[in-house]
Design a protein. Structure first.
Length: 186
């Protein structure tokens, strides 16, 4: 994964990561990650922290679990969705399926996130809609496309929908944007 310079992550993401880790592995695991990553480990939800700290924690989790970084990030994205919705249930108002929620990211969700978390660097999504597919173009200087992939899976799981997700293009491979192809099998 490419190094990211000057990017910041809002503390809420660290708070959710801590909750995901402690729910799955216990509070000692979070303490171990903090030590392994060499980060301070105290994150205020409205604070801003270097991306390097998030990546250090992900790399430590990868080492502890023996899972590749991409899989750890995807699992985090999937587990993060219900925790974020627990904190911000109004994001689901009037939304009754995964496709509708995903299509609201640029127009409803991210503007609300920017209101709550000033300076949040939200990714941009472009959508192409077909009968059985939703193609999601993802652009962010952070290149956290695996988190986005997991988030999509978490959304579908929340709505009780079965989906298949293919990562058909990726900025890590030199593509101008990542593309997630989401299909709802019959």
């Amino acid at each position: 994964m490419a190094k990211m310079v000057g990017c910041i992550v809002k503390g809420i993401i660290f708070n959710v990561l801590e909750e995901v880790i402690t729910d799955a592995y216990g509070p000692e695991a979070w303490d171990s990650l903090i030590c392994m990553a060499g980060v301070e480990g105290v994150y205020a939800s409205l604070g801003s922290y270097p991306d390097a700290e998030l990546l250090a924690l992900v790399d430590a989790a990868s080492t502890l679990t023996g899972q590749p970084r991409e899989r750890v990030m995807r699992a985090f994205g999937e587990a993060a969705f219900p925790l974020l919705i627990e904190r911000y249930p109004h994001f689901l108002e009037g939304v009754f399926d995964a496709r509708t929620f995903l299509l609201s990211l640029n127009t409803i969700i991210h503007p609300e996130v920017r209101k709550i978390y000033s300076g949040a660097g939200c990714p941009q999504f472009k959508f192409a809609i077909g009968d059985d597919i939703l193609q999601i173009g993802y652009r962010s200087q952070r290149k956290l496309c695996d988190v986005a992939d997991g988030f999509v899976r978490g959304v579908a799981k929340h709505y009780g929908e079965d989906i298949d997700v293919a990562h058909s293009a990726c900025m890590h491979n030199g593509d101008p944007q990542c593309q997630l192809d989401v299909r709802w099998p019959a």
